[in-house]
Design a binder for this molecule. Structure first.
Ligand code: SAH
Ligand code: SF4
Ligand code: F3S
Length: 426
């Protein structure tokens, strides 16, 4: 289109939540570009604002509402997409009548067309959603959905209600998408799914899919998020260990170390079976590091339950943990449980857990001092670059050479709180 013929349409996208949401925002940006929008970096410069929301915890929701409020009189077109839209639907528009459209995660492909239409609410299941595909192009590290939704219904979690039931994509479609983005320059692939290792399409399971992806030329690193311990088989672990392109970083969300709480959470494993998987990972995947997610203050959690969580965290020695206070989500099974833990007590446990984890992280990072590691440089920074080791640890590098997009041997000389600092070896 001749850009002088029509005024430019300018959109700004603000994303909350997890990697699936960030990937959805990349898709939305690409669809908008195809509809002659330019994506701008600042909300003030835009005439359309897309909020891609999250509702996994209270905090994510509150952050969105407080930002939304700032645009009530802005005159800009506001589209609210994402997981909160799916839950709130029309209610969101009643609460904020200046909102132009509310679209659930399965309606992202409709966004360009609704911006120019009247007020709409599009939520619920959309069978046509699964027929669409929009690869993220132009990225060194690109995400690909291999499955959508989640059917596990952990008792605390709202995701199965926001993202719909688990549906795995056809292996050929995944292959073609990755092949295309590899040809467009991607070197790293992140396979995405809420329960990513439960992937299955007819005879193809997650292990078979990894094998297939590893054959795609141009891809040097393969990552996946988030595997569920309950779906992690020995075969998968062996396969991950035997594919050099698979990074030796496994994010294995534990949630709690107490068997009683794990049962109430409906996680499908206990502390013993979890530890068995950890052992297998350490045996079969060379130099593996583990990270995790933990919830403290789940209804009825006692000091003793919490200590069992601390114990596993210490026993496994997670490289890092994402730690949260339990947040009551409407419609979930746990929201109906009596004996919700006092907020202050949860916060106090969270602080203790964080302090403990920080010590473990510091100890683990210290071991890297003086080591030479291969870093995939994927970001430009003031005075240099940053990249990630095979185990996905961030390394900051001061350099005036052009390292972007390269795999470079780096000597680590300094340790920060969560990252490393290194220089090229002469
Ligand atoms: N599918 C992934 C997790 C998705 S949500 C898995 O099963 O591991 C990301 C993390 O948010 C979860 O691992 C959990 O630790 C946290 N989370 C989910 N619901 C929560 C709630 N109601 N309160 C607090 N944390 C929650
Ligand atoms: Fe939520 Fe459990 Fe599904 Fe993860 S596996 S998204 S925690 S219901
Ligand atoms: Fe949030 Fe939805 Fe992801 S609720 S964590 S954005 S799946």
């Amino acid at each position: 289109m001749d850009k002088n013929a029509q005024p430019q349409k300018l959109a700004y996208i603000k994303t909350f939540g997890c990697q699936m949401n960030f990937h959805d925002s990349d898709i939305i940006a690409e669809l908008l570009r195809q509809a002659d929008f330019s994506i701008v970096e600042k909300a003030d410069d835009a005439d359309t604002i897309i909020f891609n929301t999250c509702t996994v915890r209270d905090h994510a929701e509150n952050k969105f509402y407080s930002e939304l409020g700032r645009y009530s009189k802005s005159g800009k077109k506001i589209v609210v997409a994402g997981c909160l839209s799916q839950i709130e639907g029309r209610g969101l528009m009643r609460r904020a009548p200046f909102v132009h459209a509310v679209v659930g995660p399965q309606y992202i492909y409709e966004i360009p067309s609704i911006i120019d239409a009247g007020k709409v609410v599009l939520t619920g299941d959309n069978p046509e959603f699964y027929l669409n595909s929009q690869p993220s192009v132009g990225k060194l590290s690109a995400s690909v959905n291999i499955m959508y939704g989640c059917s596990r219904f952990c008792s605390y979690c709202i995701v199965p209600y926001t993202r719909g039931k688990e549906v795995s994509r056809k292996p050929e479609d995944i292959y073609n998408e990755i092949n295309g983005i590899a040809q467009a320059g991607a070197r790293e692939i992140i396979l995405l799914g809420q329960n990513v290792n439960a992937y299955r399409y007819e005879e193809t399971d997650f292990a078979a899919l990894l094998k297939m992806v590893a054959k795609i030329p141009g891809i040097s690193r393969i990552k996946f998020l988030s595997p569920n311990p309950a779906s992690m088989t020995d075969r998968q672990i062996r396969e991950i260990g035997s594919i050099p392109k698979c990074v030796p970083h496994i994010h294995l969300p534990l949630q709690s170390g107490s068997d009683r709480i794990l049962k109430l959470m409906k996680r499908g494993y206990n502390s013993k079976t979890y530890m068995k998987k950890v052992e297998k990972i350490e045996n079969y995947i060379k130099d593996a590091i583990l990270t995790t997610d933990i919830i403290v203050g789940f209804p009825t959690e006692t000091e003793d339950d919490f200590r069992q969580t601390l114990k596993i965290v210490g026993d496994v020695g997670f490289f890092n943990s994402f730690m949260f206070c339990y947040s009551k989500r409407r419609g979930t099974e746990a929201s109906l449980m009596e004996s919700q833990v006092d907020t202050e007590l949860s916060k106090e446990r969270l602080a203790r857990l964080m302090e403990f984890q920080e010590k473990i992280t510091a100890k683990k990072l210290t071991k890297y001092k003086g080591r030479i590691v291969s870093v995939f440089v994927d970001k430009r920074k003031k005075g240099g670059f940053s990249g990630r080791t095979r185990q996905d640890i961030v390394v900051n590098i001061e350099s005036d050479k052009e390292l972007f997009g390269k795999f470079v041997p780096i000597e680590i000389y300094e340790i920060s709180k969560h990252t490393l600092k290194g220089r090229e070896i002469a």
